[in-house]
Design a protein around this ligand. Structure first.
Ligand SMILES: [Zn+2]
Length: 289
């Protein structure tokens, strides 16, 4: 049975009390995952109610080697983009931005690729897995805004754009989701090429089969090590890219606090664990720090 709204609100306030007690007066690093963005309508494939990631995430090797794999990826990305980039930051993002502005916490280190922390006003965000808002050329390294690439995709594929607006099957698709486009909508899809060299574009995110860039990992470790506490929000820490920071904070004797719906791999390291929606917990925490 799902807990009632009142029960969740009570849990959020009690959780914020416990967090404030553990964190007040300490320098705090912040690590966030998909769970902070679910209240903005972006799905969390590891959250409660799901047992796995997106059904068929494309691996980097397939993306780099397969023209049809890239076409499938970009067709889905083109259809899902308008809704993905229309997502707005929620109370949790706003609370973290406010805490950063007031000097209570450091800038977020995030596993998310939605740029919602920045939209809420957070600065110096470390994006462990990159961002869907930027595109990189695999051949010459040129960077381009995803919005500009979207305009070219739409120009190259007017029939798919029409389907995106009017075909119910296309409306289910999200760029990071597990809904595949029907083959009839995928036929003859034309990808966008690099404007500088004509090469292969890829969203500037870390795909399965790729590693987080070493300098990004080093920056994130430095932030975690410099702080007296680590606040983890909305991540079950199932992937190593986030888990390692919790392990390091624990090794260094730092306070680890976790806000997440459902259990996670870092729970054993946490001195405070709050199982409630991030938006309500962080809003209450911002009132207490
Ligand atoms: Zn290029």
């Amino acid at each position: 049975m799902q807990p009632s709204d009142a029960a969740l609100a009570a849990r959020a306030h009690a959780g914020a009390d416990a967090l404030a007690l553990a964190l007040r007066g300490r320098t705090i690093a912040v690590l966030t995952g998909a769970g902070i963005s679910t209240e903005s309508g972006i799905p969390d494939y590891r959250g409660p109610g799901t047992t796995a990631r997106a059904r068929n995430p494309i691996r980097f090797a397939e993306y780099a080697a397969s023209e049809s794999g890239r076409a499938r990826y970009w067709a889905r990305a083109m259809v899902g983009w308008p809704r993905f980039c229309a997502a707005e930051p929620n109370a949790g993002h706003h609370a973290l931005a406010q805490l950063q502005r007031r000097g209570c916490t450091g800038a977020p280190i995030t596993q998310n690729v939605d740029a919602l922390h920045q939209a809420a006003g957070s600065t110096d965000v470390i994006e462990l897995h990159g961002t869907l808002h930027r595109v990189r050329c695999l051949d010459c390294g040129a960077l381009e805004s995803r919005h500009d690439v979207q305009a070219r995709l739409v120009a190259h594929n007017p029939a798919l754009e029409h389907a995106r607006r009017f075909d119910p099957e296309a409306r289910e698709v999200r760029p990071d989701g597990d809904v595949e486009l029907p083959a009839r909508l995928l036929a003859d899809f034309v990808v966008a090429a690099c404007l500088r060299c004509g090469g292969t574009l890829k969203p500037d995110v870390v795909f399965f089969g790729e590693s987080v860039p070493a300098e990004v990992v080093a920056d994130a470790y430095a932030r975690v090590e410099a702080a007296e506490a680590l606040l983890v929000v909305g991540s079950s820490l199932a992937v190593f890219s986030g888990y390692r920071f919790v392990r390091r904070a624990h090794e260094l004797g730092r306070t680890v606090a976790i806000v997440n719906l459902g259990p996670g791999r870092g729970d054993a390291y946490a001195s405070v664990r709050v199982d409630a929606p991030a938006g309500a917990v962080l809003t209450a925490l911002a009132e207490r720090l």
